[in-house]
Ligand binder design. Structure first.
Ligand code: NAP
Length: 322
């Protein structure tokens, strides 16, 4: 059997090892083998490699990586999404189903696309498909200082938001959001009352909330916003996307009865792969044109074990290059 280099998880809880692995083989007429060019090390990838994502099969050994940029046998560059099984994309080669891929421009910056597409697509798809934003509507991004949150601020503005409020716990990165389009920022600090007052003052009237945090901050924000809202019968659409601050919340039933509060999520399952793929070409254009800022940190795949536990530098996304 032909071998390749790959990041291989042999035990959940340990970082992947860089080692030889059997080259996967296409099994259907719609599959083909690609040379992998770049793969982003996203939170979703880490959760999958820990066996902790809701789509995890628990099978080992596994190659992590749920998507990536590759080169088809005909030389065309593509962005592709892997199937939910144990053979991921952090390897020299990957099997791709043509129906889960889009073609990229020949001169595209593959590292930039690998860094940005996963975090940027969350808000892009949320605001175009889950709750299509209307021109001039206002948006709160909860968890705005991370990669996805920072891009959500820019995406919301690009898609016509009239006002964007960013909320996060890091003062310096929060303030940097003003230059990326945030009209106002709110610091989430340990003083719950002060935070609630600031959130209420800045964001009680928003139309849409894009939430990357969940947990305590989301719970407190829901109550803070609804308590200060002038017309609670006006829809507030909450789009749950990430759970950096915790997997669950306590939601008072009165929040749903006393206000037109609409809670939905955006992610694999809530939106079909077909819809994601249909949205990606326009997002690639934005990333390529630089309208959504990206800081990629390109590292060799051979270093995967060493860098796995290192957090990204603020505002950066690590990209592994085979
Ligand atoms: N559903 C989807 O389609 C989709 C797509 C992309 C991402 N996501 C999810 O969205 C989330 C964010 O992704 P990302 O790429 O932006 O990750 P990231 O770049 O690592 O950023 C995570 C952010 O969360 C903040 N954070 C963590 N714990 C917090 C807490 N307790 N309170 C307040 N802030 C907290 C961090 O702040 P500090 O820097 O201060 O620690 C950081 O700014 C992840 O859960 C990811 O899986 C979902």
């Amino acid at each position: 059997m032909e071998q390749m280099n790959a990041a291989v998880v042999t035990s959940f809880g340990e970082p992947p090892h860089y080692q030889q692995f059997e080259v996967p083989q296409p099994t259907t007429g719609t599959e083909f083998l690609v040379d992998v060019l770049a793969v982003g090390l996203h939170p979703r990838t880490r959760t999958g490699a820990a066996g902790a994502h809701y789509t995890s099969t628990g099978k080992l050994p596994m190659v992590p990586g749920v998507e990536g940029v590759g080169k088809r046998p005909d030389g065309k560059k593509i962005y592709f999404v892997a199937d939910d099984h144990s053979l991921g994309t952090m390897a020299d080669k990957a099997v791709v189903d043509i129906r889960r891929s889009i073609e990229l421009p020949d001169d595209v910056d593959v590292v930039k696309v690998a860094a940005a597409l996963n975090p940027a697509m969350s808000a892009w798809v949320a605001l175009r498909r889950r709750v299509p934003i209307e021109p001039g509507q206002s948006v709160l991004v909860l968890g705005a200082t991370g990669n996805a949150g920072t891009m959500a601020v820019q995406v919301a503005k690009r898609l016509g938001a009239g006002r964007v409020v960013g909320a996060g716990r890091d003062f310096t990165r929060l303030n940097a959001l003003s230059s990326l389009g945030a009209d106002e920022v709110v610091l989430l600090n340990n003083d719950a009352e002060e935070t609630a007052r600031a959130l209420g003052a800045a964001a009680a009237e928003v139309d849409i909330v894009i939430d990357y945090l969940w947990g305590k901050p989301a719970q407190q924000t829901i109550v803070a916003l609804l308590a200060r809202r002038s017309d609670r019968s006006r829809a507030m659409n909450w789009i749950q996307i990430g759970s950096m601050a915790g997997p669950t919340i306590e939601l008072p039933s009165v929040a749903l009865r006393s206000a037109n509060f609409r809670l939905q999520g955006n992610g694999q399952g809530a939106v079909s792969t077909e819809v994601y793929l249909a949205e990606l070409p326009s997002l690639v254009e934005e990333i390529d044109a630089g309208t959504i800022a990206v800081k990629a940190n390109s590292r060799p795949l051979a270093d995967v074990e060493k860098i796995w536990a290192q957090p990204d530098a603020p505002g950066e996304r690590t990209v592994l290059v085979p």
